[in-house]
Design a binder for this molecule. Sequence first.
Ligand code: SME
Length: 153
Amino acid sequence: MKNKETLYRELLTEVGGLVDGESDEIANMANIAAAIYAKFGFHWVGFYRVVGEELVLGPFQGPVACTRIAFGRGVCGTAWKEGRTLIVPDVDKFPGHIACSALSRSEIVIPIAREGAVVAELDIDSAELDTFDAVDERYLTDLVTSLGSAGKS
Ligand code: SME
């Protein structure tokens, strides 16, 4: 079986081909979520966008999810508030975790910033404990960095 870094490098090439030259952020989020989901088979892969005072569900793959999340609430709201990536090895031990799906066991949330402000997040849930580490953080951050670039519509 291929190791995680090999899979991520393949994913970066695939995603680059899908989003390069495309300025529509929703379309790019949709293809990035689908590409990650297809590559790794995670339980849930998707985006939340900052709309006013809340995170609002964006393109995703997997079971239905919470539509709106308040600033500071759950893993997603906390990553937004703190402006940093959160890796949660066991969601049952994260105070205030929002259980959109009972099958979720671990999670990574990566904020996407534009001009210093968080504008969206990539959220991935795994059905296994302790799925995500610094390797996931590095490659997933690379994958979504272009979404924060100026000039996206
Ligand atoms: N578990 C997240 C909510 C979003 S879903 O998992 C898709 C949280 O605590 O922020």
